[in-house]
Design a protein around this ligand. Structure first.
Ligand code: PMP
Length: 443
């Protein structure tokens, strides 16, 4: 529209600027809104723009208390917790916010050692190594695990940290169709056959990388089938459980527990502490030999400052709550709650006629908007009614597959969910994103 106005200068130039500025502000309005509280079920959002009868967006710094449907606070540990928070404060006083050292220098506190044992036990592997950032865990570990002469076969919708780690490794990278074990098998067969004349097995090593719950799709990995294919072709399985560890499974142990996969069949278990545990950092869990190898060879372990002690304490304490080692049943209640909340919310949205991606039990539920132009409208109209949603667009998704990505938490009450459903339903009508007939209309 704006470029059509060119040539009408000087009369229209002012108008063009006006439209471009309006569009720019509307898009900017949806992303990176500052928050001025902890990311609990409700949080304080700093509105940078206010709507002036849809004519202009005026700058403001109004703080609005909103229902939080965007943070990955799956078990509700991201806000003050009666067990975790006092221990984190105590740790902050005793150890300070940072070790100011890499692990091999002065950066290994007794908490770091305790955390690695705690994580290994929790995920069901002999050993674990932790890092200060989940993103870095993928991007720095993959180049240590595999290099030139190796083959990575990656799900087409794997997270950017995996994509960057795979590219940086120097290994050959092939992609298989998202969550499609039969296509994974096709790629494996092709790749092994291609190299036949050279050696019996052309690749030094093959690693297949998948996610437990896909962050933009809310889908559970078809792990039992993937593991079966990998066993057949002797490929290693690398599983990123950023969104599934702590969030699914009877005792919160992720997709292996939920889908009945033996953790011995997953060679490299990766996860982050930024979701279910309300902290920061990431881990790799595997055999003792693997972890020892990583500790001696991974630059992000050798040269980066270790995970902050209060963050480590938060993880240890939240795992204790999940396992009931705090002496209460809060962990089990949280796990039951996230499952109930997620399944209730997903089915209600579907009944209303929204197109919701993902599987039952997954707390991640993308509502499809498709047209990226609907992003600012959906986001702003929800915010007007005190509901904060995350919208996702290109390049995180294909251009015409824009969506609102809802994350449900165990800390949402039934009233919270009912309010959210009411607001999303109204905004859905306004923006025109109920792509299916509502249950109430089907007779
Ligand atoms: N892996 C996946 C699948 C993710 O979704 C994310 C981020 N959401 C990461 C890794 C990176 O984790 P972090 O945000 O803890 O750095």
């Amino acid at each position: 529209h704006s470029s059509n106005l060119q040539g009408y200068a000087p009369i229209c130039l002012g108008l063009e600027d006006f439209y471009i500025r309006r569009l720019y502000l509307r898009i900017q309005d949806c992303f990176g809104r500052p928050i001025s509280s902890s990311p609990g079920a409700w949080f304080d959002v700093v509105e940078r723009y206010s709507n002036d009868n849809n004519k202009t967006l005026k700058r403001t710094t109004k703080v609005t208390r909103c229902l939080n449907l965007g943070s990955y606070n799956y078990l509700g540990f991201a806000a003050a917790d009666e067990y975790c928070t006092p221990r984190v404060i105590e740790t902050l006083k005793r150890f300070s916010p940072s070790t100011c050292s890499p692990r091999v220098d002065g950066g290994t506190t007794i908490l770091h050692n305790e955390l690695e044992v705690c994580v290994a036990n929790f995920v069901g592997k002999p050993a674990a190594i932790v890092f200060g950032m989940g993103y870095v865990t993928n991007s720095a570990i993959l180049p240590v695990l595999i290099g030139k002469g190796g083959l990575i076969i990656s799900d087409s919708l794997n997270h950017n940290s995996i994509v960057n780690g795979a590219r940086g490794s120097g290994a050959t990278v092939r992609v298989f169709q998202h969550n499609t074990p039969s296509h994974l098998e096709e790629v494996l067969r092709q790749q092994i056959a291609e190299g036949q004349p050279r050696t019996h097995r052309p690749w030094k090593k093959i690693i297949v990388i998948v996610e437990g719950i896909y962050s933009m799709e809310g889908e559970l990995c078809k792990l039992p089938e993937i593991v079966a294919v990998c066993k057949k072709y002797k490929a290693y399985v690398y599983l990123d459980e950023a969104h599934s560890i702590g969030a699914v499974g009877k005792t919160g142990r992720g997709v292996c527990e939920l889908l009945g996969v033996d953790t011995a069949d997953v060679d490299i278990m990766m996860g982050t502490f930024t979701k279910s545990f309300g902290s920061c950092g990431g881990y790799i869990a595997g055999s003792k030999e693997l972890i020892q190898y990583l500790k001696y060879n991974c630059p992000a372990h050798l040269y980066a400052t270790s995970i902050s002690p209060p963050a480590a304490q938060q993880i240890i304490s939240s795992i204790k709550v999940i396992l009931g080692e705090d002496g209460s049943s809060r962990g089990a209640q949280k796990l039951a709650r996230i499952r109930e909340n997620s399944n209730f919310f997903r089915s209600e949205l579907q009944k209303m006629g929204f197109e919701v991606l993902g599987d039952n039990d997954s707390p991640v539920m993308p509502i499809m908007l498709y047209n990226p132009a609907k992003i600012p409208a959906f986001s702003r109209e929800c915010l007007k009614q005190n509901v904060a949603v995350v919208t996702v667009a290109f390049p995180a998704t294909p251009l015409l597959l824009a969506r609102a990505r809802i994350c449900i938490s165990a800390s949402h009450t039934k009233e919270d969910l009912l309010k959210a459903l009411e607001v999303i339903s109204q905004v859905g009508d306004l923006v025109g994103i109920k792509y299916f007939p509502a249950e109430s209309d089907k007779q």
